[in-house]
Design a protein around this ligand. Structure first.
Ligand code: GLN
Length: 484
């Protein structure tokens, strides 16, 4: 089931050279250009790394876990010498002078970077369509979006033009596109994966994690990137490795169901969750039911805190230090104003304005302070819930993939679809989205498993056990991209 292990097996047995493998992936990217999964292709560097790996194989040296595996990085993860634009006009031409910690870890493993993937501008969105390059398409149906904001990451893995991708999740941006594209997406516990070099959207919520085609791959990648990093003040590293615990029995594991997660969810998606609950019962898990009424505050809390932090984080794009600068201006204030008006898209501007508003004197107490208090009560509610269960099962998204342009027409309607994913970011918890079936249009449905802080291994274990039972029913072989 692990694509990473399978490919490494081929490389080590010399059935396929890393150079040949990389060429196939680069050809696949060219063929699937219409998916718009990549905004930058790094073919030359990829082939250079592949050559190093081939030389190692020729010397019969053992490969590291992710060595030689072709992969993609979301365009908000800094890559030294490679343009990183967050899919925003304001960062056009920005080439970082340092690597994000996650990328330096993978680079040291000779991971083969194929390119940078498409995303909503500054990771603000749910469809990838706020990208200045236009959205990424869903390989399962090209009239639907891949999701967002890590839409390009999901499109690249689902379209079989990357073995895995790294994305970022502030309010669902790994889990939602994974759910839309029939993939596994892991949002790790806040602090377990370094955010150093991740271009900030909302720092207290942002977390990097893998988008992969199986639970085992997600665990392997998580284990490779979850380390303490002194360059990130909120870094803690993981408490335990996860890949060696996937096979643990889940007999007696308590799976919690909170009815609030099922309100406003499409009927067929609810039904898929109910079927998953039966699978867990058959595996010997115990189902416990409770209420989490605080869930309903998650959306306003999220949008207040995320916008407030964004308005501060994005203050640095002023035409002086980074990327775009307007060409005609009368003085410095005029220059900053014109640069920001031209460089930021509509959605980013909306959030900067909302964030500035909720932080401004006179409104701070009514919005930002209140949201912070409610954040505390959401954290407490989860703490209480985990006194009676090990993991919480919920839908990842109330719907399947949106049709193209849906989110651009109605931002509020789109914000509402984040209801199932934002609570864990608010509480800093780990959560995984696993495929659990298809709707009548053949679009994938995702199930979410949420864990207590630092219980990343537990949710991966529970996800893996479900996947093993259901793999024939939840994965559809992609006919696109690279056929190995
Ligand atoms: N859809 C959410 C938003 O627009 C989540 C984004 C994210 O996780 N980066 O804010």
């Amino acid at each position: 089931m692990s694509k990473i292990k399978y490919i490494q097996g081929l490389l080590e047995a010399k059935q396929l050279s890393c150079t040949e493998l990389t060429k196939r992936y680069l050809d696949g990217i060219e063929k699937e250009k219409a998916l718009n999964a990549y905004v930058k292709i790094t073919g030359e560097d990829a082939l250079k790394t592949a050559k190093i790996v081939d030389e190692k194989i020729a010397r019969k040296e053992k490969l590291m876990m992710l060595e030689g595996i072709p992969m993609s990085l979301k365009d908000n993860i800094s890559t030294k010498g490679i343009e990183t634009s967050c899919c925003s006009k304001i960062l056009e031409g920005y080439v970082p002078i340092y690597d994000a910690t996650v990328w330096s870890i993978l680079k040291n493993q000779n991971a083969v970077l194929l390119g940078k993937t498409n995303m909503d501008e500054f990771a603000m969105g749910s469809s990838c369509e706020t990208s200045c390059f236009g959205g990424a398409l869903n390989p399962h149906s090209k009239i639907h979006v891949a999701g967002g904001s890590s839409g390009g990451a999901a499109s690249s893995v689902s379209g079989n033009i990357a073995v895995y991708g790294l994305g970022s999740d502030t309010g669902g941006s790994i889990r939602q596109p994974a759910s839309f594209c029939g993939l596994v997406g892991l949002k790790p516990t806040y602090g377990t994966v370094s955010r150093y070099g991740l271009i900030a959207y909302a720092s207290s919520l942002d977390q990097i994690g893998p988008v992969a085609s199986s639970v085992e791959d997600a665990a392997i990648i998580y284990d490779a990137i979850s380390f303490y990093d002194s360059k990130d003040a909120t870094s803690q590293g993981s408490k335990a490795k996860t890949a060696d615990k996937l096979n643990d029995s889940i007999k007696g594991m308590k799976i919690g169901i909170a009815k609030e997660y099922f309100e406003g969810i499409r009927e067929d998606i609810k039904k898929s969750m109910e079927e998953a609950i039966v699978v867990y019962e058959d595996l010997g898990a115990e189902i416990v039911y409770f209420n989490l009424p605080q869930i309903k505050y998650s959306l306003p809390v999220y949008y207040i805190i995320a916008c407030a932090e964004a308005s501060s984080n994005l203050g640095r794009y002023d035409g002086i230090r980074y990327g775009h600068r307007t060409s005609v201006y009368s003085d410095i204030n005029d220059m900053i104003c014109k640069t920001r008006s031209e460089g930021f898209g509509k959605e980013v501007q909306r959030r900067i304005m909302l964030g500035t508003y909720v932080l401004s004197a006179g409104y701070y107490d009514a919005y930002y302070k209140k949201a912070q208090k409610l954040r505390g009560s959401i954290v407490k509610a989860f703490n209480r819930a985990f006194e009676s269960c090990d993991v919480i099962l919920a839908p990842t998204v109330p719907t399947t993939a949106f049709e193209l342009n849906f989110t651009l027409k109605d931002p509020i309607e789109t914000y509402l679809t984040d209801i199932c994913t934002v609570p864990v970011n608010i509480a800093g918890l780990p959560a995984i989205s696993v495929p659990c079936g298809f709707d009548e249009k053949g679009l994938p449905i995702g199930m979410q498993l949420i864990g207590n802080s630092f219980d990343d291994a537990k949710i991966l274990n529970a996800a893996y056990q479900y996947e093993q039972q259901m793999k024939d029913k939840i994965y559809k072989q992609s006919e696109m991209g690279v056929i190995l």
